[in-house]
Design a protein around this ligand. Structure first.
Ligand SMILES: Nc1ncnc2c1ncn2[C@@H]1O[C@H](COP(=O)(O)OP(=O)(O)OP(=O)(O)O)[C@@H](O)[C@H]1O
Ligand SMILES: C[C@@](O)(CCOP(=O)(O)O)CC(=O)O
Length: 496
């Protein structure tokens, strides 16, 4: 058994609700992914906090800390030790500074001193899917799910963090959530066996959300941190006023605990249950590019403020489709619970036909046709959402669904067994999503997943990602030995 503490947090795909989720009047349907970020904390002996990110070149950051007791309240200063190679990492530095300040406030200098001991060695590792693997995969393997699975876990990208091609799964939110939560456990603010409790999760959420907003320099919608903490959900944002005093506090004079404590009801986000229906699979297509989300958001919001009437009616219509899609997907899970046989037979039927043919079976029994209608409804809604997102892109002069993605999605959603798809979140050049039926193995014909993989080989620069919906419920404590490749990644980091 190792003495390392390991905390993981998932990435996200915002299926519906991009842009609208910035406004608390609307909500978004977000799926958390099986691709996760892992933070591993081990005791160190250098008197420093050393953070390593072994997938990147020159990615070791060293910090010292000093606790001052001269002021009315004790304070801690975490300082980055300049190095010739590594640039600063604002996200990591703020996670350390703010979480340790909170621990000092809540537990006092003696307890914090024990938790930091003679230093900490921290390793950060993200699943390969957070970064485009096309350069790796194309070396000697075709870009297929099987070839991706052969790339070792936490594979070095061969580049610096600033130069990597991201896929849009929310690396910074997953990283901050796993790092902040690991530090909360290390400092005794969350008991390891309590991490699954509602109160601990709210605490982890509030701290991670604060650090992420501070690192980004603004209070965003926060759906990505919420998904990293709570898992798949229907998300309605919190009022940014809760964080404003801390965001504006340049002298660190505010109490962190009073704002970030789980009891603070000013955190008014809504996290409603949501998951993908049984026997369906989320499939992502890496475009090998990545979006500049802040630029897309600023242009869309400018259009919204200058065209408020048109924007209001488009957003109202989009919201109706987004909400209905969330409800229809939830209803499919309910239909499965009510009659598994009818549901699975419907999945078999749908898997062999293009969506336009799904309803063409007059002899279907009632339970099956109810399932079928729900699948078809989900298909129509995803297409309506795409069309409205394209319209918003045209009106605001933003490439929300660029032509290249339109061609890929049109071809993909016309295939047998594909329920629907779209550009996630802000759209642009992040990995696009599809929802594909997974019939039982004895179903005749080519499974929808294999069909899509074959289709995508005719689209240059497009490759699948391994990510599926996460089985776990958001942020989680892990056993080092149980995460394939993680021990090797730490050993590699220590050798550098
Ligand atoms: N593996 C990592 N190790 C250390 N720091 C990381 C790592 N991944 C991300 N970061 C931090 O997060 C910052 C990237 O944040 P940014 O907001 O650009 O990503 P993002 O928008 O969440 O990415 P994505 O495209 O995955 O959604 C980096 O500058 C770095 O500070
Ligand atoms: C456009 C926006 O609503 C979604 C951005 O989502 P993504 O990071 O592109 O998945 C912005 C936000 O919610 O922070």
């Amino acid at each position: 058994m190792s003495s390392s503490l390991v905390v993981s947090a998932p990435g996200k795909v915002l299926l519906a609700g991009g842009y609208l989720v910035l406004d608390p009047a609307y909500s978004g349907a977000v799926v958390s992914t099986s691709s996760r970020f892992y933070t591993v904390i081990s005791p160190g002996n250098t008197g420093r906090i050393v953070v390593r990110s072994p997938q990147f070149n020159d990615a070791t950051w060293s910090y010292t800390w000093s606790i001052s007791q001269t002021a009315v309240l004790p304070s801690i200063l975490v300082s980055h030790l300049e190095s010739l190679v590594a640039s600063k990492n604002k996200f990591v530095h703020l996670a350390l500074q703010k979480t340790l300040s909170l621990a000092l406030e809540a537990r006092g200098p003696t307890e914090l001193g024990h938790a930091l001991g003679t230093g900490l060695d921290i390793t950060i590792a993200g699943d390969n899917d957070f970064y485009s693997q096309q350069d790796q995969a194309s070396r000697d393997l075709p870009t297929s799910l099987a070839s991706l699975a052969k790339i070792p876990p936490f594979h070095p990208t061969g580049v610096a963090l600033t130069d990597v091609a991201k896929t849009g799964l929310g690396s910074s939110a997953a990283l901050i959530t796993s790092l902040v939560t690991a530090l909360l456990v290390q400092t005794g603010l969350i008991a390891p066996d309590q991490l699954a409790s509602a109160s601990s999760r709210r605490f982890a959420h509030n701290v991670a959300q604060f650090v992420h907003c501070l690192a980004q320099g603004k209070v965003g919608s926060g759906f990505d941190v919420s998904a990293a903490v709570f898992g798949s959900q229907l998300y309605t944002r919190f009022n940014p006023a809760v964080l404003q005093p801390l965001m504006d506090d340049l002298t660190d004079s505010q109490s962190l605990l009073s704002v970030l404590a789980p009891e603070n009801r000013a955190w008014d986000l809504t996290v409603a249950p949501f998951k993908l229906p049984p026997r369906t699979r989320l499939l992502l297509a890496d475009i090998h590019a990545g979006s500049n989300t802040p630029l897309l958001v600023s242009k869309v919001l400018k259009w919204r403020s200058e065209n408020s009437a048109a924007a209001h009616s488009l957003w109202t219509a989009l919201d109706q489709c987004n909400t209905s899609l969330g409800q229809t997907l939830i209803r499919l899970s309910e239909l499965y619970e009510q009659d598994q046989h009818a549901y699975i037979e419907t999945v078999r039927w749908v898997s062999g036909l293009q969506p336009v043919q799904w309803l063409a079976n007059p002899n279907m029994q009632q339970a099956q046709s109810t399932c079928l209608e729900a699948f078809y409804e989900a298909h129509l809604l995803t297409e309506q959402i795409r069309s409205k997102m394209r319209e918003m892109g045209k009106l605001s002069d933003v490439e929300i669904e660029p032509d290249q993605q339109t061609r890929l999605l049109d071809a993909s959603v016309a295939m047998a067994g594909v329920i629907g798809g779209g550009v996630p979140g802000a759209g642009g050049f992040d990995a696009v999503w599809l929802l594909v039926c997974e019939p039982p193995e004895d179903t005749p014909g080519i499974p929808p997943l294999a069909r899509i993989e074959r289709l995508w080989t005719s689209f240059p620069g497009i490759a699948p990602l391994l990510a599926q919906e996460s089985n776990g419920q958001g942020v989680a404590l892990e056993k080092l030995e149980a995460v394939p490749g993680l021990q090797a990644a730490i050993a590699a980091a220590a050798r550098d």
